[in-house]
Design a protein around this ligand. Structure first.
Ligand code: ADP
Ligand code: MG
Length: 532
C-alpha cells in the first residue's frame, strides 16, 4: 500500500488544496508509505530521518480523521520540545488552512497555564503538547483523552533521550483501549520497541532506508584546518560564498558558548542554542534566526534537533559529531525541501577514522576542500561592490553625479578612469580602517631593523606572559599565518599582558589582517599597529 501522488490520497479536497498551496508536489517516501496505513486506522511506527516530511505524514491523516463538529479533543500529538510543538502546530495549521473552524492548540511548559486553560475550554480538535504540560492538564482534568481517537508521538526517540519515558507511559495510561497510536522516530531503540509492545496493536512498522535520505542536494566537504583556524575558515567561507544563513554545530554546550563571541566579534550576527538556554531564550533566538536577524547560529545536536528553518545555506560541523548518525541529522538542517545546501566538516589531522564512519553512514565519499584564501575573500568583496554599483546604476537618479564626473572628463580623464578612481577610494576607505600608519620610532618616525636596516613597524598583540606566550609562539604564529619568513621578524618584547613585535613595514598591513582576531596558543588575540 503506497501512494505515489497526493491526488491518490483518499482525503478531503480542502486538505489536498492546502497541500498544493504549500508547494508539495509529491509525497516523500515516509508520507507515501505511512499515510495510507494511518488512514486505514492502523497503529504505525514510522522510522525516518530528520527532514523527511514526518509532520505531514501524521498531520494529513490526523486532519482527515477529525469530526469538525465534535466537541471534544480528538487528536493528541506529543513532541519533545516546545520549539517543536510550535513548529508542528504551524505545519498542521497550514495543512488545515482550507478546512472550516479547525482548532489546533499547542500546550507546553513555560507558557502561563491559564491561557492554555482558556484555549482548551473552547472547542479544540487537536492538542500538540510537550509531555510535562500534557500530564499537568490530564491531572487537572482540563484535557480528557479517554475517548480520544488518535495519539501521535513525534520524535519519540528524542522524548526518550530526554527522560520522558515515564511521562509518556503515564499519558498513554489515560488513553482508551481503542486509541490509534502513531509513533515517529529517527532511530529505533529498545525504548521505542517497549512502547510499541505495550501500547500498539499489530503495529505497521515502516522504515525508510537511509540511502534514500542522504539528501543528494547537499554538497558535503571536509576542510582540514588547525582547530585555531576554524572560525577564520567559517568567516571566509561565509564571505566568499555570500551565504546569508549558517548553522554551526558543536559537540558541547561549553564549546558553543566559547565560540559565540569569536564569531560575533568578526561582525556576524550570531546567537547560541543549547540545553542551558531557557525556553524563553530559545524562542527569542529561533525567531531571530527565522526572521533573518542572524547570520549564524551556534547549536548543540539536541538543541537543534527538529528545527525546521528553510534557507539555511550551510551547516558547519565545528567538531566531528561523536555519533555518525548525528552527522546526518546535522547536515539535514540544510537543503530542506529540495533546496540545495552545503555541509562543511572541520577536521584537524588524525580524525580519519571518525570520518570514515561518517562516510559509511551517508554512503558517500566526502571530498576535501581548501579553505578560501584571503585573495578569494577579497575578490568576492570586489564582486559584491560591483554588484552594488550596478544596482545603483539601475536605480538611476544619477544626473547630478554625472555632472560631477563631467568636471573631470572636461580635464581629459576618461569616464572609466573616473569610475576606477571612485572605486579605489571606496575600497581603500574600507581597508584604511584596518591600517594605522606607524607614528612610533627613532626620531624620524620610523623603526629600523638593526640587523638589516629594513624599515619596520611595531605591532601590538594583547597576550603576553599572562598566557605563557614565548617569542617562539609569536614567530611561529605570524610566520605560519602570514607566510613571511620567521627571520624577517625583528625584536619581540613580551610584557605581562601584551607583547610588541617588529615586523617589516611593508608587510605590516597584511600581517595585521591575518593576525587580528586570530589565535595564538589557543587564545584569541587582537593585533594592531602599536601607537606609542
Ligand atoms: P521531519 O519531521 O521528518 O524532520 P518535516 O516534517 O519537518 O520533517 O519536513 C521537513 C520540510 O519538508 C518542511 O519544511 C516541510 O514543509 C517540507 N515537506 C514536507 N513534505 C513535503 C513534500 N511532500 N514535498 C515538499 N516539501 C515537503
Ligand atoms: Mg519532525
Amino acid at each position: 500500500m503506497n501512494i505515489t501522488t497526493f491526488s491518490d490520497l483518499q482525503s478531503r479536497p480542502e486538505i489536498k488544496e492546502a497541500i498544493s498551496d504549500m508547494g508539495f508536489e509529491v509525497p516523500t517516501p515516509v508520507q507515501a508509505q505511512c499515510i495510507p496505513h494511518i488512514l486505514e486506522g492502523r497503529d504505525v511506527m514510522g522510522q525516518a530521518q530528520t527532514g523527511t516530511g514526518k509532520t505531514a505524514a501524521f498531520g494529513i491523516p490526523a486532519l482527515e480523521f477529525l469530526d469538525v463538529d465534535a466537541k471534544h479533543v480528538q487528536v493528541l500529538i506529543m513532541c519533545p520540545t516546545r520549539e517543536l510543538a510550535i513548529q508542528v502546530t504551524g505545519e498542521l495549521l497550514s495543512l488545515a488552512k482550507k478546512m472550516d473552524r479547525v482548532q489546533i492548540i499547542p500546550v507546553y511548559g513555560g507558557q502561563p497555564i491559564e491561557r492554555q486553560l482558556r484555549a482548551l475550554r473552547q472547542q479544540t480538535h487537536i492538542v500538540v503538547g510537550t509531555p510535562g504540560r500534557v500530564i499537568d492538564h490530564l491531572k487537572r482534568g482540563t484535557l480528557q483523552i479517554g475517548k480520544m481517537g488518535m495519539i501521535i508521538l513525534d520524535e519519540a526517540d528524542e522524548m526518550l533521550n530526554m527522560g520522558f519515558r515515564e511521562d509518556i507511559d503515564e499519558i498513554l495510561s489515560y488513553s482508551g483501549e481503542d486509541v490509534q497510536t502513531v509513533m515517529f522516530s529517527a532511530t529505533n531503540s529498545p525504548g521505542i520497541r517497549g512502547i510499541m509492545q505495550n501500547q500498539m496493536k499489530a503495529p505497521q512498522m515502516i522504515t525508510i532506508d537511509k540511502k534514500v535520505l542522504a539528501a543528494p542536494a547537499i554538497e558535503q566537504y571536509v576542510v582540514e584546518v588547525r582547530d585555531s583556524m576554524r572560525i577564520e575558515a567559517i568567516s571566509r567561507i561565509m564571505d566568499v560564498n555570500n551565504y546569508n544563513l549558517g548553522l554551526i554545530f558543536c559537540n558541547t554546550k561549553r564549546m558553543c558558548d566559547e565560540i559565540l563571541t569569536d564569531v560575533q566579534s568578526r561582525g556576524y550576527r550570531c546567537d547560541v542554542l543549547h540545553g542551558d538556554i531557557t525556553q524563553n531564550g530559545r524562542d527569542k533566538v529561533m525567531s531571530k534566526f527565522r526572521n533573518g536577524q542572524l547570520d549564524l547560529l551556534v547549536a548543540t545536536d539536541v538543541a537543534a534537533r527538529g528545527i525546521d528553518v528553510e534557507n539555511i545555506d550551510v551547516v558547519f560541523n565545528f567538531d566531528i559529531p561523536q555519533d555518525p548518525e548525528n552527522y546526518v541529522h546535522r547536515i539535514g538542517r540544510t537543503g530542506r525541501a529540495g533546496r540545495s545546501g552545503t555541509a562543511i566538516t572541520f577536521m584537524a589531522g588524525r580524525k580519519q577514522r571518525s570520518l570514515r564512519n561518517i562516510e559509511r553512514q551517508v554512503k558517500t565519499k566526502l571530498n576535501f576542500m581548501a579553505m578560501p584564501s584571503l585573495k578569494e575573500v577579497e575578490a568576492s568583496r570586489v564582486e559584491g561592490m560591483l554588484t552594488e554599483v550596478e544596482e545603483t546604476l539601475q536605480k538611476g537618479g544619477l544626473k547630478q553625479f554625472v555632472e560631477y564626473v563631467e568636471i573631470l572628463t572636461a580635464k581629459g580623464y576618461s569616464p572609466a578612469e573616473v569610475a576606477a578612481a571612485s572605486l579605489k577610494m571606496k575600497i581603500g576607505a574600507e581597508e584604511q580602517q584596518e591600517i594605522e600608519v606607524p607614528v612610533n620610532g627613532n626620531g624620524n618616525g620610523q623603526l629600523v631593523n638593526d640587523r638589516t636596516g629594513e624599515l619596520m613597524t611595531r605591532l601590538f598583540i594583547n597576550v603576553g606572559k599572562n598566557r605563557k606566550i614565548r617569542p617562539a609562539d609569536i614567530v611561529g604564529a605570524i610566520a605560519g599565518e602570514s607566510g613571511i619568513s620567521g627571520k624577517s621578524i625583528g625584536n619581540i618584547e613580551i610584557r605581562k599582558s601584551h607583547c610588541l613585535v617588529d615586523v617589516p613595514a611593508d608587510k605590516a598591513r597584511g600581517i595585521v589582517k591575518v593576525m587580528d582576531r586570530n589565535q595564538i596558543k589557543g587564545h584569541r588575540i587582537m593585533c594592531k599597529v602599536d601607537q606609542m
